[in-house]
Design a binder for this molecule. Structure first.
Ligand code: ZN
Length: 464
């Protein structure tokens, strides 16, 4: 099956074939993470923790319930989220005096506490993050990892003394994002969302989007500059050096399990998952090809190799009593980057047969110092996977001069910046206006709607 033709069916088959998640749980959009899926997500989470811990963020864990009274404070925020919220209205037999909601995101849970934690300029910047489930009452068709009601969510929240300090934080977030996306082999573009599509309550929002095989864009991360919008509502102030009280400036950086969905969709093939080594719970699997009468000796060789490789990578020895062909099929579906075959022929020649999951490339490598060689192959794969995905995006980015030319992929066009023209673009193409590129792009032309000369381009795509 070709993935661009029957994307949906192919994607579901991929998730089921690798036993990542089970959507048969009796609540729509609340899926069960199975061990292999969760082990990939844990690796992604670990990479996030490492990045945010090493840039001065502290990990926190806030309650899942938020009182309605706190949620109601920021008007735009409420307007943006109230249609998505699950409510808790009873405790045991009693109606609650104050209704509670399951967090759809945690601004309104955290900022009343920020008010207590932040006293003086010495408490700033305050940088925290958490990796927790959030809940949104999704009414559209759900899809595993991409559109669900219980979302495995990452959110970083920061508070700063000034707008400029908060701007600096967003630049740091973008650098963190670049490092993370390299690990996951997920190229992207960063756009400043149009005003009518920014996060409810934000001063402005940036989004990073990648391109799925079917030509739709998928949002991978968002970065919001709140200025002092939330601080004013939640009275988050600090005493400046001169003694006066000022509102803090805040930012957030959000990601979710969608990153895993993007990874599967972009790199998977007809055999199943293809994982970049950095996100692979098992980076190499050793499959002994046993010969009658010599089983014991060959298993011993395989175990020796396993112990050796274990020092250098995440490796698994598959000594199950099934045919090698079945094992190949099993590990291919799970996207294990390297398969190492060890049979009588290999042992005689002091070699190992190594097969790359991403290209299918098969070669014999000397048994000596195999760990070193495999490490370099893993590094090459990591880069090659990024390059392939980036090329796919480049080939599907089109600069167009008439709205009739809009097609699957990223459409790039001149835009005067007016909301009226932006909405005309969205209406006439049936696509989403992702926004203007955050990293300026050379352009000289006219607005695709009104014809006014402009140096600004805008990216438009069918958003997932
Ligand atoms: Zn215009």
């Amino acid at each position: 099956m070709r993935k661009d033709e029957e994307f949906s069916e192919w994607y579901n088959g991929l998730v089921e074939g690798a036993e990542l998640s089970d959507k048969r749980y009796p609540i729509k959009g609340m899926n069960v993470w199975r061990p292999y899926g969760w082990s990939i997500m844990k690796l992604i989470d670990a990479a996030m923790r490492e990045e945010f811990d090493s840039t001065g963020h502290g990990e926190v864990n806030f309650p899942v319930l938020i009182p309605e009274t706190e949620f109601q404070k920021e008007a735009e925020h409420v307007k943006g989220f109230e249609g998505d919220v699950f409510w808790v209205t009873r405790g045991g037999f009693n109606e609650l005096d104050v209704k509670l909601l399951l967090r759809p995101t945690s601004e309104t849970a955290m900022y009343p506490m920020f008010k207590l934690w932040i006293r003086s300029h010495a408490d700033l910047p305050l940088k925290v993050y958490q990796i927790v489930p959030v809940f949104r009452y999704e009414t559209k068709m759900t899809r595993t990892f991409m559109r669900v009601r219980e979302i495995h969510f990452f959110e970083a929240h920061t508070a700063h003394a000034s707008f400029e300090d908060a701007e600096q934080q967003i630049r740091e977030d973008l650098q963190i994002n670049e490092r993370l996306m390299r690990l996951l082999a997920l190229p992207y573009i960063v756009s400043k969302r149009p005003d009518w599509d920014k996060f409810p309550g934000a001063h402005y929002s940036l989004g990073s989007d990648t391109l799925l095989p079917a030509g739709r864009s998928l949002q991978l991360a968002t970065f919001h500059q709140y200025r002092d919008n939330f601080a004013k509502v939640y009275e988050v102030t600090y005493e400046a050096e001169g003694g006066e009280h000022k509102f803090v400036h805040q930012t957030t950086d959000g990601m979710s399990e969608r990153i895993l969905g993007a990874l599967l969709a972009i790199h998977g093939d007809e055999k199943g998952l293809v994982l970049p080594p950095a996100a692979a719970p098992i980076q190499a699997v050793i499959v002994p090809v046993l010969e009658k009468g010599r089983q014991e000796q060959m298993l011993l060789e395989a175990q020796r190799l396993f112990l050796e490789l274990r020092e250098r990578m995440r490796v698994k020895l598959d000594d199950r009593d099934i045919r090698p062909g079945e094992k190949y099929y099993y590990w291919e579906a799970r996207g294990v980057p390297l398969r190492v075959e060890l049979g009588p022929r290999e042992i005689e020649k002091s070699m190992a047969t190594v097969v790359r999951r991403d290209t299918g490339d098969k070669r014999e490598l000397p048994r000596d110092a195999l760990g070193d060689r495999l490490r370099s192959v893993l590094e090459l794969m990591q880069i090659a996977m990024w390059d392939r995905a980036e090329k796919m995006i480049r080939q599907n980015t089109f600069t167009i001069t008439s709205l009739n030319e809009a097609k699957d992929g990223f459409n790039r066009m001149g835009w005067c910046g007016s909301e009226a023209c932006g909405k005309t673009i969205a209406d006439q193409t049936g696509m989403s206006v992702l926004g203007t590129p955050f990293y300026p792009e050379e352009f000289k032309g006219v607005c695709i709607v009104c014809g006014k000369p402009t140096k600004q381009v805008v990216y438009v795509a069918k958003a997932y």
